[in-house]
Write a protein that binds this ligand. Structure first.
Ligand code: ADP
Ligand code: MG
Length: 238
């Protein structure tokens, strides 16, 4: 059984078919990217997995259980957004522990788990700062720590590195891979950036116009592209 099984996933906004009959699986421990140009439906797929958007049709099963219709907080899934969405008035430790607090985890345990996550993302000693006192890359790490602290089955990322400069982005790519391995978490990662996706992913789902163009490893996409679109799109790395 796959960790995540998506079948016939479709989303219409009025006359627009934003996601068109998409099928894919993500296995436990995999790093899978959804890659496609702007407007291809990547965020909409992710938002349906997270529960922020309901599908027009299709099913989404997590660990064998249908999750369509469940509210986001009842899904064993966390999401890291492009704009990070850290709470500016809370400290770093409070940001990381926020979800645990909602779940009724006692303060001492929240602090202990926040500190462990800060170590994981290499921000030891940053717990009492506020987000405004951190660099962009450091804020990124806090958002990641917050998404991992309650040990979800699946972490979703929507273009989390796109606001960083190239050098920092490359560094964070490596960090994401390390953290994924060390925490043994499954990542589903949305990006329009071929370079990032090809560098980090075990497998990629290539979307265009709401439809799946190809699903495969980096090697599959390079050596046996399913369409002209895939060949052009993944060849377009400078
Ligand atoms: P991507 O993340 O690949 O850039 P999106 O999933 O955001 O693409 O969008 C796919 C298509 O659906 C786009 O044409 C977008 O304009 C449209 N869309 C996304 N969300 C909405 C919405 N809430 N209402 C209407 N159209 C939407
Ligand atoms: Mg998007």
């Amino acid at each position: 059984m796959s960790l995540l099984h998506v079948s016939g996933l479709t989303k219409e906004f009025g006359d627009l078919v934003a996601v068109d009959d998409v099928d894919f699986d993500v296995e436990d421990g995999e790093f899978v990217s959804i890659l496609g140009p702007s407007g291809s439906g990547k965020s909409t797929v992710l938002r349906m997995v997270a529960g922020f958007e309901e599908p027009t049709a299709g099913t989404i099963a997590l660990e064998g259980e249908e999750i369509v219709g469940k509210p986001p907080f009842e899904r064993d899934v966390n999401m890291v957004f492009q704009d990070l969405a850290l709470f500016p008035h809370l400290t770093v430790a409070e940001n990381i522990g926020y979800g645990l607090k909602q779940q009724g985890v006692p303060k001492a345990e929240r602090r202990e788990r926040s500190e462990r996550m800060l170590e994981m993302v290499r921000l030891e000693g940053y717990g009492d700062r506020t987000p405004a006192e951190l660099s962009g890359g450091e804020q990124q790490r806090v958002a990641l720590a917050r998404a991992l602290v309650n040990e979800p089955a699946l972490v979703l990322f929507d273009e989390p590195l796109s606001s960083l400069d190239r050098k920092l982005r490359q560094h964070m790519q490596t960090e994401l891979q390390r953290i994924q391995t060390e925490t043994d978490t499954t990542f589903l990662y949305v990006t329009h950036d071929q370079e990032v996706a090809l560098a980090v992913s075990d497998r990629l789902i290539v979307l265009n116009d709401g439809g799946t163009q190809q699903i495969g490893t980096v090697e599959d996409l390079y050596e046996d592209p399913a369409s002209r679109f895939v060949a052009d799109f993944i060849g377009d790395v400078n």
